[in-house]
Design a protein around this ligand. Structure first.
Ligand SMILES: [Cu+2]
Length: 156
């Protein structure tokens, strides 16, 4: 998405431009886009709906180390579109609120991927800070149906 369009959406949703600046790339608490050649681990993640009405990531908890570059190899095994968004919790919750107002909003960010049913893709990410971060699907209703998880980044 073009930055001007995103700014307009965020302003319409009641967010300040400083909130947008906080979300700027290059200084994200969760880390930065990784280079696949530097990846030390590939983690396979499946996204799907369950028979009892939940939506899940499998697995939904992850442990990595600060400084590691991870390839998340993501498969949508469900019957609906799903997305994998990687960020710190406060950014995930801000983004979730925007998505609820603008469900058609698309992500073109390196920390996120949206996949149609049956599709697979990758997010390559370098974790530059320790802490606990989130993965989430921000298609409206999906987070609340269970579609989120935690990534714990340990100090070296
Ligand atoms: Cu979803």
């Amino acid at each position: 998405m073009m930055k001007t369009a995103l700014t307009a959406l965020l302003l319409a949703a009641g967010f300040s431009t400083s909130a947008l600046a906080d979300a700027g790339h290059g200084a994200m608490a969760v880390g930065e886009p990784g280079k696949k050649a530097e990846a030390t681990q590939t983690i396979r993640v499946t996204m799907k709906e369950t028979d009892d009405g939940k939506m899940i990531f499998t697995p939904s908890t992850f442990k990595v180390r600060k400084g590691q570059t991870i390839v998340f190899a993501i498969k949508n095994s469900g019957e609906l579109d799903h997305e994998f968004v990687l960020d710190e919790e406060k950014e995930v919750m801000k983004h979730k609120a925007v998505m609820e107002k603008f469900p058609e909003m698309e992500h073109e960010d390196p920390n996120a991927i949206r996949l149609a049913p049956g599709k697979a893709g990758e997010v390559v990410w370098k974790f530059t800070n320790d802490g606990v971060f989130k993965i989430a699907c921000l298609v409206p209703g999906h987070y609340d149906a269970g579609m989120h998880g935690d990534i714990t980044v340990a100090k070296k």
